[in-house]
Design a protein around this ligand. Sequence first.
Ligand code: ADP
Length: 431
Amino acid sequence: MYFRLSVKSIITRLLTILSVSALFGFLIGQTLLVLCISTLVILCWHYHHLFKLIKWLWRSKSLSPPQSEGIWGKIYDGLYRQIRQHRHKQKQLNERIRKFRDGAEALPDAALVLSDELTILWGNKKAQRILGIRWPSDVGQRIDNLIRFPEFSKYLELGNFEQPCHIISPINSELQLELRLMAYGSDQVLFLARDVSKIKRLEEMRRDFVANVSHELKTPLTVVRGYVEMILTTEHALEPHWQKAFSTIETQVSRMDRLVEQLLVLSRVENHADEENKQLVDMPKLIKTLVDDATWLNQDKQHKITADLSEDLWIEGIDTELKSACVNLISNAIAYTPAHGSVHILWQRSGNKAKFSVKDNGPGIRPEHVNRITERFFRVDKSRSRDTGGSGLGLSIVKHVLHHHNAELAIESQWGEGSEFIIYFEVLDKS
Ligand code: ADP
């Protein structure tokens, strides 16, 4: 349907009516009167349609406008066309919204759309099942009024949404949830909550399994090691081939023993993220003891071990874990740095952080390996690591300890020139 507004035809039509009226008036000798009457009739006709239009716009429930001829017919047709276009667009929009909602309902996660002020705009059915948030009755409520967990409030406060937040479901204490927030559009936030209870349970089972197996292996290994040591130190000299065989057994059993010990430490660190065990730790004293032990144990390689420790820099943490992290970095530096190399240990304030650094002039680490060396069982050079008795677990232990202490690990290394392992801790002054 297309209408072209022609001013010429409208004026022609009006002039025709007025001319016919004037002619008729002239014939009966009342030109002016007839002209006035016909103008009045035209005006009334227009007013009549104007009122019809107002009545339809404000009172009628019908979608189709009134019918008419002439210019008013065109106006009504135009309006009807606009309404149909509008309805078509609305239908398309509704279809899109329906598809988005179907998609969001099909998600295995609870999904909520929040405003930038974190008030609820929309939620799927899963959100009701695992979070107890109902749509549309909870619309307009702030998310932190409905999910009241200190860890979630802290997560929102920090505003770092790259990492997920873990909470227990507010309506079912057996469900462990992983929450993620993502800003989208100009002023909206997508909130996703995933049930990770199964994954957590499997992780727990894996940790328990490793811890139990390591624990069970410890006793037989100690027994074998004890007997081998007894045989090797017996008064009667062994034949050379037996001597060699028992020495190899002793080396391998010692390696297994260290591996089992590291596995036990790792599962202990993984299992006990106990905030209550945190206390003020005299780090200078702890590091000094480790440096002394390292110097004493390092007679063979004759490294130059130096330390620069800030005496009054204490931090809050779990002392056994902190010790474990520092020991691993120091013993790695000693293990991988060739004889007569140097190892420098530093404990100093750096800005608003406390910096623990172990720097050596050993072989360094290639850039492509730097990101992987904290992975469990990752060893750059397996044969060299075997020589040093490495298990590939030391830096995983460090990583877990740092996670418990909100600390960060930085690795600076030049291949062929040496490495520096730095830990940045949050500072708490001795008071
Ligand atoms: P490992 O018990 O094998 O030392 P780690 O997890 O402590 O296991 O270290 C992983 C790997 O990182 C090591 O196998 C080694 O290749 C590399 N590495 C760690 N510290 C150093 C260092 N100071 N210099 C060179 N390489 C290192």
